[in-house]
Design a protein around this ligand. Structure first.
Ligand SMILES: Cc1ncc(C[n+]2csc(CCOP(=O)(O)OP(=O)(O)O)c2C)c(N)n1
Ligand SMILES: [Mg+2]
Length: 260
């Protein structure tokens, strides 16, 4: 998608696609058939720039044909560079960072008030945590005991211009989340079994919102993209594209071999 469109958020989509894969295929009951209902699980992608991961997983979940992905970021297409509700399966327009958690908190509070048992999941970037609105929303989630809310943080240690710890330090992050009233768990956010095990266990503590700190690798799966800040919004050259696909093909073959 990114190569064809000559634009996109390469590294942040690779760090979070495993999380999305697990949410849509193992955890949430969100399908094209129930999407129009309120009484279902909900997902808000606050780090909207990782839209390539979201669009791919939604296509895989049957919300639209994979052929739509070929139109990514081209004139007239709804599949634009940040999530929009014009795309089937997208719950909320995001991309301006720092808004998704507030929306998720409102949804979770509404579900509680309506006596609905469904859950709300949201995905934040670690750099995104520099937005103060996240901390207001967190206080609200704890105050209203929103244990139907799970906040997943894609902790890849990088934001757009460099390391989060250099741009706007977050540590000690677990202590901060606990102080704001979350029940916190940490996982390897690129490990499918670890993600499944943790997310099947929400709420981690009854009466508290859950915070899953998912330690990921930005650019996961492509050696020369991993942990390189400039790949945040970078398009591979023809040679880099060929190399990236060959690395991913090798990883897929190894996985298939392991499952045989
Ligand atoms: C309000 C707002 N400020 C700035 C930006 C520009 N921006 C887009 S992505 C990004 C970095 C986000 O870093 P992080 O949340 O860690 O994302 P990830 O590493 O998962 O890609 C920034 C600053 C934005 N989209 N919205
Ligand atoms: Mg980041």
């Amino acid at each position: 998608m990114i190569k064809r469109a000559n634009t996109g958020h390469t590294a942040g989509s690779l760090s979070s696609v495993d999380i999305l894969n697990v949410l849509y295929n193992r955890i949430m009951g969100v399908t094209p058939a129930n999407f129009d209902a309120v009484a279902r699980d909900h997902y808000i992608q606050s780090k909207g720039h990782s839209v390539e991961a979201l669009y791919t997983v939604l296509a895989d979940a049957g919300f639209y044909s994979a052929a739509e992905l070929d139109t990514f970021s081209s004139g007239g297409s709804h599949w634009v560079g940040h999530p929009t509700r014009k795309v089937p399966g997208v719950e909320h327009n995001t991309g301006a960072l720092g808004h998704g958690l507030s929306v998720a908190v409102g949804l979770a509070l509404g579900m509680k008030k309506d006596g609905l048992p469904h859950r709300v999941f949201t995905l934040l970037g670690d750099g995104e945590l520099a937005e103060g609105s996240n901390w207001e929303a967190s206080m609200t989630a704890a105050h209203y005991k929103l244990d139907n809310l799970t906040v997943i943080v894609d902790r890849n240690d990088l934001q757009i211009t460099g390391l989060t710890e250099e741009v706007m330090a977050l540590e000690p992050l677990v202590d901060k989340f606990r102080a704001f009233g979350y029940a916190v768990r940490e996982v390897n956010g690129n490990d499918i079994p670890e993600l499944v095990e943790a997310l099947e266990g929400v709420p981690f503590v009854p009466g508290k919102p859950s915070l899953l700190l998912a330690h990921t690798v930005k650019g996961r799966g492509v050696s020369f993209i991993e942990n390189v800040a400039s790949w945040h919004h970078h398009v591979p050259s023809d040679e880099e594209f060929r190399l990236a696909l060959s690395e991913l093909d090798q990883a897929e073959a190894a996985l298939n071999g392991a499952h045989r």
